[in-house]
Every structure is written in C-alpha cells, then in structure tokens.
Design a protein around this ligand. Structure first.
Ligand SMILES: [Zn+2]
Length: 112
C-alpha cells in the first residue's frame, strides 16, 4: 500500500471515529469508499482529504493561535496608523485600541 493510501486510510478511520458514517454506495466517479461527514459526502479515494480533519476540528489551542496572529497584525496596523496620526483624539483612540489588543494577547495561553 502506498504512503498516500495509508494516509487516506488513517484519515478515513479518524473521520469515522469523529462520527462520519460509511456509505454503502461506492463513489460514482472512482468506485471508492464514501463517508458522510457533517452532512457532506466525501469520497475517501479521490477527494482531497488533507483539509477535512484540520478544518473541521475546532480546538481552544487552534482558536487561540489564530486569534493571536490576528491580534498581532491588528496591533501592528493600529501602531502604523498611530505613527501617522496627528489628531490627538484619534491618537487616544488608537492607543486604547492597541492596549486592548495587547491585553487580550496576554490573556491567551502561551504558544507551544
Ligand atoms: Zn471517488
């Protein structure tokens, strides 16, 4: 068995473990085994399964990690705006915004 089909097998097993159901009907395109997962019919043979597991699973770590990236880029944007801003009132708003981003960043767990 090739590495690719071993990987597909592993993903299929993982999908079933997460509640996917194996369908009796083979795939009309390639005759492969199909599963129904989150309401979608996926062919375990010809469909690209690489993204299926990663996109469906929502973990606290995963969300925290993407939130951290988002906050960092937003803080960076706000800092760039602050640099160019002449209006003190707007500067004040930006500083408070950056402060909130930083505060939230500090609340997120350390990246491991
Ligand atoms: Zn197929």
């Amino acid at each position: 068995m090739s590495r690719a089909s071993k990987e597909k097998m592993r993903i299929t097993v993982e999908l079933v473990r997460r509640g996917a159901t194996l369908l009796k009907e083979p795939c009309t395109v390639c005759g492969g085994v199909q599963v129904r997962y989150h309401g979608k019919v996926i062919c375990t043979s010809h469909d690209d399964l690489s993204g299926v597991l990663t996109t469906e699973e929502v973990t606290y770590e995963g969300v925290a990690s993407s939130l951290r990236t988002l906050l960092l880029s937003k803080a960076r944007e706000a800092a760039d705006l602050l640099e160019k801003e002449q209006d003190t009132l707007k500067q004040d708003q930006l500083v408070s915004l950056i402060s909130k981003y930083v505060e939230l960043l500090q609340k997120l767990p350390e990246h491991r």
